[in-house]
Design a protein around this ligand. Structure first.
Ligand code: FES
Ligand SMILES: [Fe+2]
Length: 459
């Protein structure tokens, strides 16, 4: 049994979300600038969104062994995501219960306990207070559970992806993911053994609201313009063979790719139908990276007919899968958005490696992962910078107080363009903003709602 503590009130300055007219601030076709600029709305989001719904925390491969931990955040809360001695994954608040300092200052490691750097209180990795220096200075019994670390009460994994929520009424994670779980399955199942291991990351920080990144996560409208230099670089030596994101160049909405909204703020953009389905089809799309010709020749020599299906494992999967509010699978990356303030956000691109499930030659796996390092450098370095420039320039534009609205109505009101599917999902052409209109309905639902939020502590 763990002790649940109900969180009594939303942040005090918000004074109840009723102060805002959410239906005015977010309308069917437009959103008010305040939702990106108002510190009080941001403070509300840190509880209602990053608290009220499942938030991505970490990947199981980052804490594979007992007593492994990694420090992360859920909204602004610092967390220690740990696999305890019994193998249970917990999300402990990285906040000493004595006077509130950050308990663990390391990014990751392996330990059975954490000692606070301030006065030396010592906590087991289950969150329980193990002991305090010179306990005879306390009149009361320090084994009271209120001194154990706070924990996220609901932590669940879906095929290695660890999510947490404070919402005691949240749907089980698999149900919450709904139709997008199948797309995550497909993303994983193309890899040997249906899994990946997370490596280090490209880390960006931008001066803009976190939603600007999520609003862009399924945006097929900007590619030909914002990423023009990357598109041209990718295709400079490609001749007839379109590379990289070339299918955005001329008339993206006539391509077979599409965008689909699957509910709960989640959506994906599927560019896989643009591809030739054959071994090497994905590899052929990959733009020039250092050393790739050498690896290709080597693979052909070593593995003959099998070479191209192996090289496909180094190619970037052409799908963007977005789980509201902070998680994307993009190419072979796991991208995570971390709000730092109303106008400051981290955008982190974790690379992934494949592992040998016993069906591949060992040296092929090593080389595929070396190549994946190269293919995964491309977009963060040459594409993300374009996106971040847009996010910062939007934040700047939204400082113009009298000009209040941003529009998201591309594809809205054109009969037959946005399709409601029998399973409740919504499909639209790749450049439509239907995904944004839909994820804002979820944002609004969460911001409006009284929520049953709680933390827990070991008893
Ligand atoms: S703040 Fe942690 S022991 Fe004092
Ligand atoms: Fe982009």
């Amino acid at each position: 049994m763990t002790a649940l503590e109900k969180i009594n009130s939303p942040p005090s300055r918000l004074g109840g979300t009723a102060l805002y007219d959410w239906d005015y601030l977010v309308q069917e076709d437009r959103a008010h600038r305040l939702i990106y600029t108002d510190p009080t709305i941001f403070e509300g989001e840190m509880t209602q969104i990053f608290g009220g719904t499942w938030t991505y925390l970490a990947h199981e491969s980052e804490i594979p062994n007992e007593n492994d931990f990694i420090t992360r955040r859920m909204g602004l809360r610092p967390l220690i995501v740990v696999r305890d001695a019994d193998g249970k994954v917990r999300a402990l608040y990285n906040r000493c219960t004595h006077r509130g300092t950050t308990l663990c200052r390391w990014d990751k490691g392996n330990t059975k306990s954490f000692q606070c750097p301030y006065h030396g209180w010592n906590f087991l990795n289950t969150g329980r207070l193990r002991g305090v220096p010179w306990p005879d200075g306390y009149a009361e019994d320090m084994r009271d559970p209120k001194y154990n670390l706070a924990q996220v009460p609901q932590v669940e994994s879906y095929r290695g992806f660890i999510f947490g929520t404070l919402n005691m009424d949240a749907l089980p994670l698999t149900e919450h993911l709904g139709a997008i779980a199948k797309i995550i399955d497909e993303w994983l199942d193309r890899n040997p053994g249906g899994k990946v291991v997370v490596c280090e990351a490209n880390r960006f920080r931008f001066k803009g609201n976190w939603k600007l990144a999520y609003d862009n996560s399924c945006d097929g409208y900007h590619v030909a313009y914002s990423h023009r230099s990357l598109l041209e670089t990718e295709n400079r030596f490609a001749g007839e063979n379109a590379k990289g994101m070339a299918y955005y160049r001329n008339s993206p909405d006539t391509q077979p790719m599409y965008m689909r909204y699957t509910g709960r703020g989640n959506h994906f953009k599927d560019k896989r139908p643009n591809l030739e389905k054959r071994p090497g089809g994905l590899w052929a799309l990959e733009s020039a990276h250092p050393g790739m010709e050498h690896y290709e020749a080597e693979f052909l020599q070593r593995y003959g007919d099998r070479a191209f299906s192996l090289l496909d494992l180094a190619g970037s999967e052409p799908v963007n899968i977005n789980v509201f509010p902070n998680f994307s699978l993009l190419g072979n990356h796991i991208q995570v958005f971390e709000p730092l303030g109303v106008a400051e956000t981290n955008a982190i691109w974790y690379g992934t490696m494949v592992v040998n499930d016993g069906t591949l030659p060992d040296d092929a796996v090593t080389d595929i992962n070396a190549l994946r390092m190269r293919t995964q450098e491309g977009f963060p370095n040459f594409g993300e910078v374009d996106d971040i420039a847009n996010f910062e320039q939007i934040q700047r534009g939204l400082m113009a107080v009298e000009d209040e609205w941003v529009y998201m109505h591309r594809g809205f009101g054109i009969p037959g363009r946005v399709k409601q599917n029998p399973d409740g999902t919504i499909t639209a052409p790749a450049t439509d903003e239907a995904f944004m209109r839909e994820h804002f309905k979820e944002w609004k639902r969460l911001m409006k709602g009284p929520q049953n939020l709680a933390i827990t502590r070991e008893p």
